[in-house]
Design a protein around this ligand. Sequence first.
Ligand code: ZN
Length: 80
Amino acid sequence: MKNLRKKERQEKLELGNKMPKRIYKCISCGRYTLRQDKCPVCGGIVRVAHPPRFSPVDKYGKYRREMRQLIEKIEVKKDV
Ligand SMILES: [Zn+2]
């Protein structure tokens, strides 16, 4: 049991090193949290505290959005 928990923790650490950490902030009490669903303190709604400006994920997201816009344009042309 102990070994399993240790391994789990290690995997989480490795994941944390690879993935850019998103810090969320509660809009109700202003506390920072890593939880995405709700504030662990007051249960309020959380938002991303820092916009992922320098994140490579966001870089690809830009291309994805451009792609989607292109697709939308094509589909609009098809309709007309
Ligand atoms: Zn809160």
